[in-house]
Design a protein around this ligand. Sequence first.
Ligand code: IMP
Ligand code: MG
Length: 183
Amino acid sequence: MRAADVSSDITEVLVTEEQISAKLEEVAARVDADYEGKDLLLVGVLKGAIMVMADFSRALKVTAPMDWMAVSSYGAGTKSSGVVQIRKDLDTDILGKHVLIVEDIIDSGLTLSWLLENFTARGAASVEVFALLRKPEAAKVEVPCKYVGFDIPTEFVVGYGLDYAERYRNLRDVAILAPHVYS
Ligand code: IMP
Ligand code: MG
């Protein structure tokens, strides 16, 4: 589905599928170089990161294993609750691994700062973050994010894995959700 298919539900397209695809190639090339010879483990944060993980991991030139974590700091609303809850833990022992967390978006930063602390405590050799999107003005905590796709304004966005009440994840572009949809 493209933004034009749901044009009455969105106010603006922020990032197109084509821009995302070009950015993923660019970040993948950096990651390939930065992790050369290292034991890299990609950790995706469900469910928002599914699209980024699918396309980003395939843009890499190394056979990096993949694991998933499900946490939630959001209910069905559009504001972060600040409470992080583990819904599915990793299957992998990350002791000594170079973990790269693959995320859809950094909003308040609360989820990622919690994950970074958690993974470091489990003995990972290093923990870095790739977030496709970041809302710099919404930060409640600073998260050291080595790879960032796009900085966007503090608006509620959907698409490319990002949902509103589980919908719009299959939109290929990233767009601002029209307020009439959630108010
Ligand atoms: P944070 O803890 O506030 O940084 O964000 C946690 C999670 O909230 C992200 O990983 C997303 O899944 C979700 N989220 C944050 N902002 C948005 C948005 O604009 N649209 C949809 N989901 C969002
Ligand atoms: Mg979500």
